[in-house]
Design a protein around this ligand. Structure first.
Ligand code: FPP
Length: 235
């Protein structure tokens, strides 16, 4: 969700005004995903590195988080959204930790959209904590064991990863899980990200050939085999 600061700067507003609009854009995006029957949305709200921002901006983001937990979560719960907060929690205040746990509990039965909010999250943090967990359990450090210990083990790897705000990098987001994600870099600043931007990213995704290490010919052969009627496949 990149571009809040630039959105505000263009309007001669404080950066926090951009983050506030960012919350509106997140609400809109959740609604758009529900409309399009997208089952999982994972967003990057606060990175392990965002602590290095000016103190005023960091505390503003935490105030926005508290506001979002009290105002947005009840409405998301009504819409059938299941919330997960993903990231390192022990260094967050008791109040924030309780807010995360309550939001997760109150939405645990919902099934329309799983919304993962990455907060105090970093892809490297996730890989390191997963490896430590596997090592402590005495299991071998295999890909399967690491995957199962990651903070996002409850959802499949993302098919599509969208970064807004015209920057062409991952910035420590989903480093493990994005191995085969299709990447879309949108020039739109996050507060302006709307239905047209989401649909344009989905259209770009639909035009990609996903090969997962195979050749194009293999992918085409598998696609035509799976398109055959069942009876023809059995012969
Ligand atoms: C990156 O834009 C955005 C963030 C670091 C914060 C994202 C937060 C929100 C969208 C608000 C919703 C989050 C909560 C608290 C639930 P940037 O500030 O780096 O923008 P810039 O690159 O234009 O400066």
């Amino acid at each position: 969700m990149d571009g809040n600061g630039r959105w505000a700067k263009k309007r001669l507003l404080p950066r926090l005004a951009g983050h506030k609009k960012g919350v509106d854009a997140l609400r809109r995006c959740v609604h758009l995903c529900i409309e399009r029957s997208i089952p999982v949305l994972t967003v990057f709200a606060f990175s392990s590195e965002n602590w290095n921002r000016p103190q005023e901006e960091v505390s503003g983001l935490f105030e926005l988080l508290a506001l979002a937990l009290s105002r947005e979560v009840p409405e998301m719960a009504r819409q059938g959204v299941r919330l997960h907060f993903v990231g390192e929690r022990s260094s967050l205040s008791e109040r924030v930790q309780t807010g995360f746990a309550q939001a997760e509990q109150n939405t645990a039965a919902n099934q329309r959209l799983q919304l993962n909010i990455c907060f105090n999250y970093g892809g490297r943090w996730d890989m390191a904590q997963a490896a430590a967990k596997v090592a402590a359990s005495g299991q071998p450090l295999t890909e399967a064991n690491i995957s199962a210990a990651l903070a996002l083990a409850h959802v499949p790897d993302p098919d599509l990863l969208i970064r807004t705000g015209a920057e062409l990098r991952l910035s420590n987001f989903l480093l493990w899980q994005a191995a085969y994600s299709e990447l879309v870099f949108s020039p739109t600043l996050w507060p302006d990200f709307d239905a047209a931007d989401l649909d344009s990213a989905i259209t770009a995704f639909a035009q990609r050939e996903r090969r997962f290490g195979q050749t194009s010919a293999q992918v085409c052969a598998q696609a035509s085999a799976s398109a055959l009627p069942q009876v023809a496949q059995k012969r």
